[in-house]
Design a protein around this ligand. Sequence first.
Ligand SMILES: Cc1ncc(COP(=O)(O)O)c(C=O)c1O
Length: 391
Amino acid sequence: MNFIETESKLFFHTYKRLPLEVERGEGCFIYTTDGKKYLDMFSGLAVNALGYAHPAVVKAIESQARKYTHLSNFFIQEPQLQLAERLLRHSKFDKIFFTNSGTEAIEGSIKLIRKWGKANNKKTIFGMSNGFSGRTMGALSLMDKQKYRDGYEPFLPHFGSIEFNNVDDLNKKINSDTAALFLEFIQGEGGIVGVSPQFVDRLQSLREQYGFLIVADEIQSGIGRTGKLFGYQHFTIEPDIVTIAKPIGGGLPLGAILGSKKVSDVWSYGVHGTTFGGNPVACAAGIATIDIVINDEFLRNVIETSRYAAAKLFEMQSKHAIIKEIRVFGYMIGIELTIESGPIVEEILSRGVLVNSTANTVIRILPPLIAGRAEFDQLFGILDDVLASMK
Ligand SMILES: Cc1ncc(COP(=O)(O)O)c(C=O)c1O
């Protein structure tokens, strides 16, 4: 039996795996057991911000693993404190709670909102159409995609969905009973689609009117991916809660909820918790990551390189009618095609580069933040050839 057959025999069939047996990764590249080298422009679903085996991350993991790999949250742990201090200092939020994953950060936020809502006589929580919040029942309750929800009914009561970027729907559904609204300012899984400034403006004025909470889901777009600490910082709005995960653990499982002063006192001892959340090794890897990424020069480079990538893509669009739209938000890049993107992504993989297909027709590119012009050039050379061969 080869490894694909073995996987299929052993595992629930939840993942459609890639046919690659990875031996190791280094920088922007992965190396497979058959001696091939692949450029990873998807960075483990936006987790590997510093690529593979970054020396600072490896050193932080090794050094913390020698001290302690787990203590439990009965203990105050230095790596947690240091990472919390950095995240709050950079973001200007007031309080933090560490989780293991993105969906747990969403789940915890829902609980925080429920308690806040009880005290403020507000119940309904909204997600956005086409959004992605994770796989727990709370996260699914926020989502409208049947693909993820089918068969898991019933969902949590007092949840609803607002059509992304539809100001009329926002006006219709928000009222004094609204407790919170979850928003990816740049929808990732939904195809790299940005929220409109009009939608954000209206949201802002409705919050002034009704006093609900705005949650920015920065699990995919956060920690430098768009050239700023958070994606929402490209807009003129301050959310009340931010959820983060993916790159924050430097490749180890870690997420967090950041809260403004408005929600600082909602939780008291024992009302929420986790065994593993805030694991010290993950926090140490996170500190190493943050210290490199949240730096003006590093982020300027992300913005400048993404502008270079955008210019190349627009050039390509003028050559290939199959490219319908290009959406670039730093290192979150979506190329919307007039046809299904899956076969194109497979063809690109067969030529040695990893990108992803999402929302049926979108090629999603989420490169490690250390990727430079050379990496984009390699991908775009292949993409150009593949699209030309489609004619
Ligand atoms: C915007 C967003 N929210 C939440 C999640 C869920 O995170 P996790 O897979 O770590 O549970 C994801 C994962 O892709 C995401 O992109």
